[in-house]
Design a protein around this ligand. Structure first.
Ligand code: URA
Length: 240
């Protein structure tokens, strides 16, 4: 589908629409090998080769970012009182329409995907699609190995809600690695509460086969290629 050149440039770069217009008028943009100075030229991003300052813009319709969420920020696009995960996006990666694909509690850390692709987020979050989300929970005491069976059977929360079967493996130092594919409110904390444990720290380490990068510090973000983003729909490695 054709779209305006200035709109396309600003959707694929950190330039605002206005700055994209300036770049076009300043002869910094080519379309199909020819300099194009018309901000309203209609281009087909799938078919036209478009460059800015000599660099080809590889067309990606949507953006996918991997955030290592720190504690203390909320998983929302805006909040009148709290810092949000959107506030953590560096200026060169800001785009309109980005939102967190799912929620982590304010005190939960780890893997959160930010995207402007609603269909992708819906598919990832739907319990029917069975996308595994894996967490490391640090508990108030050493968990008993029987948590594995309890998660596998399906835990009933204190309000009577029955959770779908999940997996839990003891990891030492009061920690358990837990995999579930639903996203009920405070689900992991409430599942452990139903078994008599308190979660004192919670980190999401994996969605599907997409793991949190060790290199990404708390609060850091890196763009994912579409292929990386799609790894959430692949089966994760079995827990060892
Ligand atoms: N389960 C929780 O209890 N909290 C989260 O943030 C995510 C899963």
């Amino acid at each position: 589908m054709k779209e305006r050149l200035d709109k396309f440039i600003s959707s694929q770069t950190a330039l605002s629409r206005r700055d994209a217009g300036k770049a076009i008028r300043g002869k910094r943009v080519t379309v199909g090998g020819e300099v194009c100075c018309a901000v309203d030229a209609k281009v087909d991003p799938d078919a036209d080769r478009i460059t800015l300052d000599g660099q080809a813009l590889t067309y990606q319709k949507n953006v996918y970012y991997l955030l290592n969420k720190p504690a203390g920020v909320v998983s929302a696009t805006e909040d009148s009182a709290e810092r949000t995960v959107i506030d953590l996006i560096p200026p060169d990666l800001r785009r309109d329409g980005i939102f967190p694909a799912g929620r982590l509690d304010k005190d939960t850390t780890g893997l959160l995907i930010l995207t402007d692709d609603g269909e992708y987020a819906h598919r990832m979050l739907s319990p029917k699609k069975h996308v595994d989300k894996t967490y490391v929970a640090t508990l108030d005491r050493e968990p008993d190995a029987s948590i594995g069976d309890a998660f596998q059977k399906g835990i009933t929360l204190s309000d009577g809600t029955v959770c779908q079967p999940g997996q839990a493996v003891c990891r030492g130092n009061h920690r358990a690695e837990v995999t579930i594919h639903e996203g009920k409110y405070h689900q992991v904390k409430r599942m452990f509460a139903a078994l008599g444990y308190k979660v004192v720290a919670l980190e999401r380490i994996r969605i599907g086969a997409l793991s949190l990068d060790d290199s990404l510090g708390h609060g850091e973000i890196r763009p994912l290629t579409k292929a990386e983003a799609m790894q959430v729909f692949d089966t994760k490695p079995e827990p060892y």
